[in-house]
Every structure is written in C-alpha cells, then in structure tokens.
Design a protein around this ligand. Structure first.
Ligand code: ADP
Length: 507
C-alpha cells in the first residue's frame, strides 16, 4: 500500500509537471466539463483570447470566446463541436471557425476537442486550438501568387512549355501552345519534349543541356512541330527553374512566321529590284543607243539614198542592188533600236492593282532603312484612301529608288537635309507622287533638261536615270517633271492614272 504522504507528493509533482507542459506549449488548451464549464486553461489560451487565466476558469467558455460565427451571427452552444465531444464522446476537429478576443475582435482557429474519460465515464473535453491567421495569410498569398503565375502562363502571347529538366518530358503547356500546335487542351503533358520540335538530331538535347548549364539560352534554330507534323519557325528562349518535384525548364516559343514572311518578302522585293536595275542597266544602254544611233542611221539612209539617185543616173545594176541592201539593213537597224527602246519603256509588263502608298513606302524602306531615313530627314505625307493604281510595281519602285537616290546625292553637302515624299490625288483622278528635297535645287535650264539622256552634273553620272524614269512613267500613261521647291531645293513629280471601280471591273 502506498504511503498517503508519498501519494500526495506524487499528485503535486504530477500537477506541477502538467502545468509546466501546459505553460510551455504554444497551442491554447483548456478543459470543460460536460456542462461546458471550463476547468482549466493554459497561458497560451489566455494570451490568444486576451483574457486572464482566472477569467477563463469556472465559466462557460463557449459564451466567452466562441459565441458568434465569423460573420457575426449567433453560435448556439448546443451546436458547438467542443461541447459535443464532452457529450458524444467523439473527437471533433474544426478548422473554419473563429474565437473571440476580449477586445471584441476575432481570429481564425483550428481546434480539436477530445473527450475526457474517467474510469469509463465521460467527464468533459479538452480543447487544443491554434491561431491560424498567419497560415491563412500565407495560404492566400500562395494562392494569389499561383493565380498570378498561372495568369502569366496562360496569358502569355508566346507558347509556354514547362519541361522536366531530368526526363525532358513536358509537364505543362499553356493555351497558346495548344492553339499554335493544334493540340487538345493539356494533351501534351507527359510526352517527351521532342514531339514539339523539329530539329536536326541532337539539336534539342544540346539546346536543353546549354539551358541547364548556363541557366538560360535562346535560339531560332529550332522549329515547333504541329500535331500534323508541319514546322513553324519560332524564336525559343528557355530558362531553368526549381519546381516542387525537381528542376524544370521553362520554354517560351514565339511564332516568327510573320517576321520570316516579311523578311522573305523583302528579300524577294530586293531581288526583283536588282533584277529590274539590271534590266534598267540594259534599258539605259538601249536608250542611249536609240538616242545616239538614230541620227547617224538616218544620215546613212539619206546618204545612201542620195548615192543611189546619183549612181542610178550613171552606174550599173550591181551598184544599185548593193545600195538597196544598205538601205534595208539600215532600216532594219533602226527597227531593232526601236524595239530595244520599247523593251525599256513597256517591257514585259506585268501590271497589277496596287496601293501607291504601299508601293512607295516599300521602296523607301528598301532605299533608306531606319537610321538612314532619319539622317536624311525623311518624312512621308501620304493621302489616305487613294484609289488603286494599275502598275508594274517594281518599275514604279525603281523610279522611287532613283528619285530618292538623286535627292540623297544632291543633299550630300546640305547641312540640314530634308526629304518629304508626298502622295496626293487630283480632282480628275490622277495620283501624284512628289519628292521634295532641301538640296541645292535645279536651275531653270536643268528643270527643262534634267530628263534628257546624258544630262548630268556628276563626274560618275551617266545622266540616264531620269530619262529612264520618265520613260517608265510615260509607259504607265503618267507624266513626270521637276520644279523648284519654294522652301529651297528641288521637287520631282510623277503622276499615274488612278483606277476607278468601273475600270477595275472592265480591266
Ligand atoms: P545621273 O544621276 O546619272 O546624273 P539622272 O538622270 O538621274 O542621272 O540625273 C541627271 C541630273 O539631274 C543629275 O546629274 C543632277 O544634276 C540633276 N538632279 C537629279 N536629281 C536632282 C535633285 N534632287 N536635286 C538637284 N539636282 C538633281
């Protein structure tokens, strides 16, 4: 049998230790009897609720700290899970309620109410609770941040592909990827990343290795592969990131089809312009020949005809026969030259409807790319909604290129260069394009003569550019002339007939 003194000491020691444990724990703990009256409470419970321990013992704690729900509505004691544990003997866990402080404010809690049994009899419940304000806040922030990243992921204009760095398999893709590559929503997750790219063997693996090694990389050497196997040119930039379950690679692929198409278009245009300038070079020669040879050939014909007359009076049949041959050869030469000239002006015309503003801007972009345009002070004043023109585009662009080059050359020594390229429409339906430069301008004589072949002020000049330009414009039923710029400099003008709707239908 135990000594009663020892038993009493043991009980005291037990209580002391229990109080130490209760004081040390960070969770709020209190006990209630089956009537809901509190038997004890620890310091954490008191600190969190703002009451003293004394205020928390011997009272109905539901009424003290659990009386209302988060929305302020009354919380009946008979609905309280804490009391329920002391009545039904079951453990009740709750994580979406609030406890109320002495100052009238409340805080979100998570609690467990555990029944207390004493020799088989239910005598009450012990409640352990914790303030989950911080956890809620952290959860909310995590959710918000996830939502933010998800939105960035989904709203990105690029295809975003998340790849596992170890297995190189796709973990996630955004809508853009699915749309770009014609996959159903999420149908790509789990597949090897190779299915999305067309590349030379080993290229994709090498690219991913580089990303992993250097933390990020970019390339335009890869192409995305649609579900049907078509290849789409893309610009890929990728970087590494840490995912919950290991390292990942975030791949952004932007569709550059438009850019490559535009580049291809520019390349084509450039090669057409080169082609046309080669043709022009031939044309220049032809025009020069036409101009230069016409007179001597006419002279040949005149002289031979005269000689024929003279010889006819005095000489034999053979001489006459040769004279006739000379005449027919000379006239054939004249025909050839006429043919050459018409080759330059009319050429093998492939006319199409076009917007003069587009035709001019394209040629400007090619002649004066970005910085050069700024240096020369290029400004365009295009009239909106001009009627279409029916032209051989590259030839008109050749005219634009020539006029712009001339203006740029003329302004070589001009301290403040400026070039306005203007498009307008006259009332009679003609479209006029003007090139107004701020160079030295033209003398009255030059205004008249600049378009004649071989008129040049340049040491290296041939003096043929403007004459060819005029031939091209005239072949399009337009006119070309020069005038003085009232602000100083020269203005070169050309017109083109515009095409009205009825003409279009007939054309
Ligand atoms: P080239 O450039 O080979 O001389 P062009 O027929 O293009 O042949 O030009 C003929 C001449 O017209 C040029 O030598 C120049 O004297 C004059 N000219 C052309 N454009 C301009 C301009 N914008 N300003 C002043 N003079 C010009």
């Amino acid at each position: 049998m135990n000594d009663p003194g020892t038993t009493q000491l043991d009980a005291l020691e037990f209580r002391r230790q229990r109080d130490l444990i209760l004081a040390a724990t960070g969770d709020g703990i209190y006990g209630v009897d089956t009537a809901g009256i509190s038997q004890f409470a620890n310091p954490a419970a008191a600190r969190m609720s703002g009451h003293t321990i004394g205020e928390m013992i011997g009272v109905n704690l539901h009424d003290l700290i659990h009386h209302s729900r988060a929305d302020g509505s009354h919380y009946h004691g008979h609905d309280c899970p804490i009391h329920a544990a002391a009545k039904d003997g079951k453990i009740h866990r709750v994580s979406d309620e609030v406890f109320w402080r002495k100052d009238g404010s409340c805080f979100p809690v998570e609690y467990v109410s555990t029944p207390i049994w004493d020799e088989g009899e239910l005598v009450g419940a012990v409640v352990s609770f914790r303030d989950i304000t911080e956890r809620r806040k952290a959860d909310r922030e995590l959710r918000e941040s996830e939502a933010r990243y998800r939105a960035m992921f989904e709203d990105s204009s690029a295809a975003v592909i998340l790849v596992c760095a170890d297995t190189r398999r796709i973990k996630d893709t955004n809508k853009q990827t699915d749309q770009l590559l014609d996959y159903e929503d999420g149908g790509l997750a789990g597949l090897p990343a190779d299915v999305l790219f067309v590349s030379l063997p080993g290229d994709l693996a090498r690219f991913f290795d580089k990303v992993v090694k250097e933390g990020g990389a970019e390339t335009e050497a890869l192409r995305c592969r649609t579900k049907d196997g078509a290849a789409i040119p893309v610009r890929v930039s990728a970087s590494t990131l840490q995912l919950n379950d290991g390292p990942g690679i975030l791949v952004l692929a932007s569709d550059i089809r438009r850019r490559t198409q535009a580049e291809e278009h520019a390349r084509q245009l450039q090669s057409e312009l080169h082609h046309v300038s080669r043709l022009s070079a031939m044309g220049e020669m032809a025009t020069a020949m036409a101009h230069e040879l016409n007179q001597p050939l006419s002279a040949v014909m005149n002289y031979v005809q005269a000689a024929r007359r003279l010889m006819g009076e005095s000489s034999g049949e053979k001489a006459l026969e040769y004279m006739d041959k000379a005449i027919s050869q000379a006239s054939r030469a004249a025909d050839i030259i006429r043919g050459l000239r018409s080759f330059v002006t009319k050429g093998d015309a492939q006319c199409a409807f076009g917007d003069i503003n587009e035709i001019v801007s394209e040629a400007l972009a090619l002649t004066l790319p970005g910085a050069e345009a700024a240096m020369i002070g290029l400004r365009t004043e295009f009239m909106d909604e001009l009627p279409p023109v029916l032209v051989e585009k590259v030839k008109i662009q050749q005219v634009v290129v020539n006029l712009v080059r001339n203006a740029v050359e003329a302004m070589g020594q001009t301290p403040q260069p400026g070039l306005i390229v203007r498009t307008t429409a006259s009332e009679d339906g003609e479209i006029e394009v003007q090139f107004c430069d701020r160079g030295p301008g033209l003398t009255d004589e030059q205004v008249e003569r600049a378009f004649q072949s071989f008129v040049t002020t340049k040491q290296q000049g041939m003096g043929l550019g403007l004459s060819i330009c005029r031939s091209i414009i005239e072949a399009h039923q337009g006119k070309m002339w020069a005038s003085h710029n009232p602000e100083g400099g020269a203005i070169f003008h050309f017109t083109l007939p515009s095409i009205c709707e009825e003409d279009r239908i007939d054309a």
